[in-house]
Design a binder for this molecule. Structure first.
Ligand SMILES: *Cc1c(COP(=O)(O)O)cnc(C)c1O
Length: 483
């Protein structure tokens, strides 16, 4: 009784907690716009707050909730703010939040079909529908939800190794005569390097192919590098193309890369963590022609599809490859039959939470057309932002249809200096009305970068950003001149 009270709380306190919790969530959704976008990075304040948590004397649920809310309100970047123009994490959808709350409460275990048939069928239903929208053949679709894009890219590398080297799964890399190598662009995400380490390949196995002037993977250099590697005794096995690079939102030439992969007999992987969502809609298909030839595609539901973190998705045209890669046939698990699948035998996770529910519930309420409208709106706002920045004398330095804009000030020689670029970003952040990042584009000097990420972002927020940048620019020039 005492133990139950400690962990489940008595009914009255529970009811009270739920009410306060829901009110706190609603207040956050409502009032986050009033807050400064950037966090208070005051580490002393945070550690002071934590000092009362010695866990010697139990606190009341109310007090704990209040302290945690204080910490979250004041000490995080508010990605839910409509003037957050940072990397690809949007405000979470309300149905997504509801899905995650239910997932926590019902806590289905998705390792084995027999334990959570409904949850697993929901996820596999989504896998099939999403992969079909990429024009994968329905008869050969496979896929799994992941914690995010990093795990999904890691999964892709493992499946490519398993597919390409028949002895890899049993005998490992050391059974291979030649060192396997893979190809991505120099603008690709760093999770490929991490995955190469985790696979035991080492980062040197990742050939980072230079990009052309528009920051796309240079296919001629790719072809030449594959030839050189074969001559030198390496074993190429995979090419990873990106839809929406992290730095500049660039889309690699998928159709040409697909041709190279076919000709060279390499696994063709598409990292669409952010931009891959375009492939789900007829309206945007021309941007990602060639994605239908991919052996595997990853898309993060927690990026353009705006569900709470983490929700990644790995999709493949090779129905049996996940099982061949991950199944270790543990005898202590009930086995699923026919087309019912056990996620533990199809992924690197074992105990597994219901990742797909937040997407399922959001999609059920928005419909495909809701997401189509969201993407179209953000693409259009991205174009507006580009135009407004140009009108105010900024120079756009990336070339992409996606709503992410990299820019410098072309009007003065110091307008692309590191001190100016970081000074502007910092000045905007400190004013608190908007937030953007800086980045280096392929070894070049830093640039400013603003992405339209949030479904709450509207033209008025774009105007706020442009005005804040205008002010910051003057302030930073004055400051640099006085030094
Ligand atoms: C975000 C991103 C990743 C990593 O995904 P996580 O969900 O953060 O693990 C990989 N590739 C690209 C292109 C990304 O944008």
């Amino acid at each position: 009784m005492h133990i139950e009270k400690t962990f489940r709380l008595d009914e009255e306190r529970r009811q009270d907690l739920w009410q306060k919790l829901i009110r706190a969530i609603e207040k956050y959704l409502h009032d986050v716009t009033q807050e400064a976008v950037a966090p208070d990075p005051n580490v002393t304040a945070i550690r002071q707050l934590l000092q009362k948590f010695t866990f010697e004397t139990p606190l009341s649920p109310d007090e704990v909730l209040e302290q945690v809310l204080t910490g979250l309100w004041h000490h995080q970047l508010h990605i839910s703010h409509p003037a957050h123009f940072g990397l690809y994490n949007p405000a979470p959808t309300t149905m997504g939040i509801a899905g995650d709350l239910l997932t926590a409460a019902f806590n289905p275990q998705l390792a084995a079909w027999s334990h959570s048939p409904f949850a697993i069928e929901v996820e596999q239903h989504l896998v099939r529908m999403l992969a079909q929208r990429l024009r994968f053949d329905p008869a050969s679709i496979g896929g799994i939800f992941t914690s995010g894009g990093a795990e999904a890219n890691h999964t892709a590398m493992l499946t490519a190794l398993t597919h390409h080297f028949p002895h890899f799964a049993q005998h490992g890399l050391r059974s291979l005569e030649k060192q396997p190598v893979l190809y991505v662009s120099a603008q690709s995400h760093h999770s490929f390097l991490k995955a190469a380490r985790l696979c035991g390949l080492g980062t040197e196995a990742v050939r980072e192919i230079p990009t052309d002037a528009s920051l796309k993977l240079d296919v001629d250099i790719l072809i030449a590098q594959i030839g050189r590697d074969r001559l030198a005794g390496f074993a190429p096995f995979m090419i990873g193309a990106t839809v929406g690079t992290t730095t500049a939102g660039v889309i690699d030439p998928l159709a040409r890369i697909a041709d190279v992969a076919t000709r060279e007999n390499l696994w063709f992987h598409v990292d669409g963590a952010w931009g891959g969502a375009l492939g789900f809609f007829q309206e945007f298909r021309q941007q990602v022609v060639g994605i239908e030839h991919a052996d595997s595609v990853i898309v993060d539901a927690h990026k353009w599809l705006a569900v709470p973190m983490g929700g990644g998705l790995y999709l493949t045209r090779h129905r049996d490859i996940l099982q061949r890669t991950f199944d270790t046939s543990a005898t202590y698990m009930a086995r699923a039959h026919d087309d019912r699948m056990d996620p533990a035998a199809h992924s690197m996770q074992w105990s597994r939470r219901f990742i797909g529910l937040k997407l399922f519930m959001t999609l059920a309420v928005s419909g495909w057309d809701g997401y189509r409208q969201l993407i179209a709106h953000q693409m259009s706002l991205g174009n507006d932002l580009r135009q407004k920045l140009r009108d105010d004398g900024w120079q756009i330095v990336n070339d992409t249809p996606l709503p992410v804009v990299c820019f410098v000030d072309a009007t003065r020689t110091t307008g692309s200096s590191p001190a100016f670029i970081s000074g502007v970003a910092q000045t905007v952040a400190e004013a608190g009305k908007a937030w953007l990042t800086t980045t280096g584009i392929g070894g070049h000097a830093p640039v400013l970068r603003a992405g339209i990420i949030n479904f709450l972002t509207e033209a008025r927020d774009v105007d706020v950003l442009v005005a804040e940048l205008h002010q910051a620019r003057d302030a930073v020039y004055a400051q640099l001149a006085s030094q």
